[in-house]
Design a protein around this ligand. Structure first.
Ligand code: GLN
Ligand code: ZN
Length: 767
């Protein structure tokens, strides 16, 4: 019998239970026991669901209250000293590392003020992990203050009668994905391998003692271009992790091509491997050839990153082909990656067009898919499921919903001229300066202001029909006015309308574009308690009518200061949706670029001549390895942005914004935006500033972390700006936060922005 396995299941709950309880805990509304109990309930639910579906290998330790990488840092005691000195409970240390903590002193406790660790995108996904942060004084050991999570959760499942396979991030990836702390910048994280291995060993021994015979050890960095010094560490690491007292290891990779690193893993003493064949089916022959005859091969064939139904016939044929090579008894049918990146359950979708719904598969359905494919490969009778699947696949292939000849005709007109501004930046700059006459150190924000409860309530009322369109518009206008008056009052230079009408920066556009479908409950974790509901690109994309002009025009009508129009760029719209898998991403991005071009031009015609087109996802989309795919991506990603933004006059100022990633200034240059703002507050590395100092156009380095409620003082801003000005020219320098403020409350927003503007004024007075 061919076995089925799942690499990880979404932890958030079908109704976002995890978010609700975590935020209630942060807000002091529920106790830590309530929080822990809810976690336990969610885990039990997920395990049972998989068990009932007939999955043979069910994961444990895929749960987390914030992030699984942060879990490991806590467990391995990789906790910078700034988090340990307050005598916080283990879970509060954990949350402080994840999101920062600022707490006033009480009679019994001292004040706490600590920023979060850096948060970065998990490979090319929209999930963010908390970057492990090491220093020379990091003292790796099993920190059991909060138990030993992988062991405790393994035993928890066992008590429910469910045998699981714990998931742990492997040592090479754990270190390589980390960074050196401010006080230890000369430290190469990978040099800590010798120190961390004994702790892995201890943890694995404890798992074995608890009864776990096999562990899924994730080494996703194997899909990156690795330096030789890192590659060679796999042998060292895994040689150290074998022993009679240790469980067998399944070395697991996903999201890409392992072939260039095969020599690093081909003689590891592990019990098996997992590879992602959804992403890179071409690697099958080569990766299968490293098996030693005893090792198993977990075949990732059900997509953990998208929502399309798996084609059973194709998947079965693929697994059979692999089985012919390595033996049926060695093959396991699996999800390509953890299902963390997919929504929980399609059955929760009550409003989707049934034709389209039939094309989709969410985590719960994917679990079933894995089981069905395994059965099919084993020769069990699943003919009914096969027939239904073949019918859905055919229905999508033949559907007229997916094609729009007009869009395809327009796409054929895209050329260099259509994607180039009328003049180069050094000619545009004086025209813009003449028009706006902004002071030195111009201040602005990234777009959104706090999305208050009131906004959400009114939006829901409108969606439910309890408010008329006119009543809702009046409400939105009132919100816009509040935001505009506030910005005027504190002296910001380039204003925004605050985006109160937007539920989400991608969904809002998707809803108004043709070619998209939406879920009502398809939430996916982005970071911590922040979840997103990605729209789905189902067909050719076009814009039936203006999407943002009304709100921007209203906002401009009530102020004399320049009002920045606010759009989400083509690449971000694509990346933060579930893309089609039947046409290339390039085609989808250019279609989006054309739709946005019309919007940019409508804004300009309506007098909105500072226009920001956000592309925070541009880095995330970068193919993980250098090579043709990557250079092609850089070309079409930049071109789709330029298609959207280059139809305007020279004195129209195009802004763009990027966040949550290590950016390469060269990639941004290719967009030719007049002003870009980037996330910067947690970048400690002076080289990173240096890299941007040659950036030709204007740039705002994000000065405070919007993920944290913490309020930086004016002095802190001044010190930070001073630091940057050592290498960065003042005349190009914009002053702004890291990102939009939608997840923040008004109180901290007001205080932080006021301090930020005051700091800008301080420098103006000096220059
Ligand atoms: N304009 C958006 C906002 O402020 C940008 C968000 C983002 O980059 N993630 O919310
Ligand atoms: Zn951002």
């Amino acid at each position: 019998m061919v076995q089925s396995s799942v690499l990880g299941f979404p932890r958030i709950g079908g109704q976002r239970e995890l978010k609700k309880v975590t935020e209630a805990y942060w807000g002091g509304k529920v106790s830590v026991d309530d929080l822990l109990a809810k976690g336990k309930e969610l885990r039990a639910h997920n395990w049972k669901l998989q068990k009932d579906a007939g999955v043979d290998v069910i994961p444990s330790n895929d749960f987390s209250f914030y992030d699984q990488v942060l879990d490991l840092s806590l467990l391995f005691n990789a906790i910078p000293e700034r988090y340990t000195k307050f005598n916080l409970s283990p879970i509060d240390v954990f949350f402080a590392m994840g999101r920062g903590l600022q707490r006033k002193a009480t009679e019994s406790t001292a004040a706490v003020d600590v920023t979060a660790l850096e948060m970065v995108k998990w490979f090319d996904s929209n999930y963010h992990y908390v970057r492990p942060t090491f220093s020379h004084s990091t003292d790796f050991k099993l920190n059991t203050s909060a138990g030993v999570k992988p062991v405790d959760e393994y035993l928890e499942a066992k008590a429910l009668g469910i045998e699981t396979r714990p998931v742990i991030l492997g040592p090479v990836s754990y270190l390589y994905l980390g960074k050196a702390d401010k006080d230890s910048l000369d430290l190469e994280p990978i040099s800590l391998l010798e120190k961390v291995l004994p702790v892995y060993k201890e943890l694995l021994a404890k798992l074995k003692e608890a009864g776990a015979t096999e562990v899924q050890i994730d080494e996703p960095v194997l899909v990156l271009d690795l330096p030789e010094a890192v590659k060679s560490k796999f042998q060292t690491a895994y040689d150290a992790l074998v022993g009679d007292n240790l469980p067998q290891l399944i070395l697991t990779t996903y999201f890409g091509d392992v072939r260039p690193n095969l020599d690093a893993i081909k003689s590891l003493p592990v019990a098996g491997f997992h590879f992602d064949f959804v992403r890179v089916p071409e690697q099958a022959d080569e990766v299968a050839s490293i098996l030693n005859g005893k090792q198993t091969l977990s075949v990732g064939i059900v997509d953990g990153r998208n929502i399309w139904k798996t084609d059973f016939a194709k998947a079965t044929a693929f697994v059979n082909k692999v089985a012919d090579k390595v033996g049926k008894d060695k093959v396991i049918v699996s999800t390509s990656s953890s299902l963390l990146h997919t929504p929980v359950d399609l059955d929760n979708e009550k409003k989707l067009d049934p034709v389209i719904k039939d094309w989709f598969s969410f985590a719960t359905q994917k679990v079933q898919e894995v089981v069905t494919i395994a059965k099919n490969v084993s020769g069990e009778d699943v003919s009914e499921a096969l027939a239904a699947n073949a019918k859905s696949i055919k229905s999508r292939q033949e559907s007229s919903i997916t094609t729009n000849p007009k869009v395809q005709e327009r796409l054929a007109t895209v050329n260099e001229a259509l994607s180039t501004r009328k003049a180069p930046f050094d000619e545009r700059l004086p025209a813009q300066q003449a028009k706006y006459n902004l002071p030195l150190f111009p201040t602005t924000t990234i777009g959104s202001f706090p999305q208050t409860k009131d906004i959400r309530i009114n939006r829901n009322k409108f969606v439910k029909g309890e408010l008329t369109a006119q009543q809702y518009e009046e409400f939105i206008n009132k919100e816009i006015e509040t935001v505009v008056r506030f910005q005027e009052e504190i002296g910001l230079d380039v204003l925004v309308h605050g985006e109160p009408e937007r539920n989400d920066m991608v969904q809002y556009f998707g809803e108004q574009l043709d070619g998209f479908a939406f879920t009502t409950n398809g939430w996916v974790q982005s970071y911590g308690s922040r979840y997103v509901r990605p729209p789905v690109v189902v067909g050719d994309v076009s814009r039936p009518k203006a999407m943002t002009v009304k709100e921007s025009v209203y906002a401009q009508s009530i102020t004399k200061k320049p009002m920045k129009g606010m759009l989400t760029g083509p690449v971000t719209c694509l990346r933060w949706s579930f893309p089609r898998d039947d046409v290339s991403q390039k085609v989808q991005a250019l279609q989006l670029g054309l739709a946005l071009r019309d919007e940019v031009q409508d804004l300009e015609a309506a007098g909105i001549t500072v226009i920001q087109v956000d592309e925070p996802a541009i880095r995330e989309g970068l193919p993980l390895r250098a090579g043709k795919e990557r250079s092609d991506y850089l070309n079409w990603a930049a071109q789709s942005f330029r298609v959207a933004t280059s139809g305007v006059e020279n004195d129209t100022q195009i802004h763009s914004h990027f966040c949550y990633s290590d950016l390469d200034p060269n990639h941004i240059k290719a967009l030719d935006a007049d002003v870009v703002s980037i996330e910067f507050s947690k970048k400690d590395d002076p080289n990173y500033i240096q890299e941007f100092s040659n950036y030709p156009n204007h740039i705002g380095l994000g000065l405070f972390d919007i993920h944290s409620p913490r309020i930086p003082s004016k002095e802190e801003f001044v010190a930070r700006i001073e630091e940057i000005l050592k290498v960065y020219p003042a005349n190009k320098f914009w002053v702004n936060p890291d990102c939009g403020l939608k997840t923040r409350g008004w109180e901290e927003t007001r205080a932080s922005l006021t301090n930020m503007v005051d700091a800008a004024k301080h420098f103006r007075a000096k220059n």
